[in-house]
Write a protein that binds this ligand. Sequence first.
Ligand code: R5P
Length: 289
Amino acid sequence: MIVIGCSHGKHLARKIAKKATCAYGEVRQSFFPDDEQHLFLYGQVERRKAILVQSFYNAPDSCLMEVLLLAWQARQMGATSVALMAPFFPYMRQDRSFHLGEVNSIHALGPVISAVFDEIFILDPHLHREKTLGHIFSIPGHRLTANPLTAKAIKSLKNPLIVGPDWESYKWAQRTAELIGAEATILRKERFGARSVDVQFPKKIPVKGRHCVLIDDMISTGHTLLETIKKLKSSGAKKITCYAVHGLFVEGALEKLMKTGASVITTNSIPNPAGKIDVSGLFAEKLGK
Ligand code: R5P
């Protein structure tokens, strides 16, 4: 087996290879003047199972093209099979066509990935209307979760109130709360656009003087959590900590969240200054060594 660090996966691939005591290979990427990628795959791939590690942040389209090209290259070099490990996998939020002509991105992408790879591993995929990876990919899809790591990080807090900002977040907020026996509440969110949301408490909840721990799968523009923080503060929350698996933090989201006085912690599925929870062990365990 050989673990290969792609352009946006090296921060975890090296650790995964070390923890799973596997060989490590790396990709060198540069761009031609017209933006086409020029790739080299370095490593002993022949007669080995090749595991490409790529986290699709910042430049998802370029990351996708890169892994499609590299999977072909790994097979050319004699790999017995090629798997994709995606700490963050993109395009999962658009999982329906709501309007005529609107592309159902994840269903368009699923068959492409399934045609190129033998197996896929995704950390906390944004499965919303689709319930399993089997509905998206025709290859074996392995779903990993950072919930036990988040639970470990918060288990020593005294009487925290776990808050999920929207219905979809129950998979992270509610389930993490269950792991430590904490009280949880899931809010109602209405989204008006990519940068405009409103959140409401579904019922009266005891927030006053409490340490509120917000848990979601991802933070993109941060507006979901910014609105939630506003509501919790005006209801008298004493302290607010935000946890998310994937810290995309676009448009200065991390700075905006920090300005509210809340603490922000994510996993290192995407490298960022808040990425304190290391998920490399979760992937290494899947390699069965
Ligand atoms: C959406 O359903 C997700 O779980 C997140 O709540 C959302 O993607 C966060 O986006 P933003 O940070 O832009 O509000």
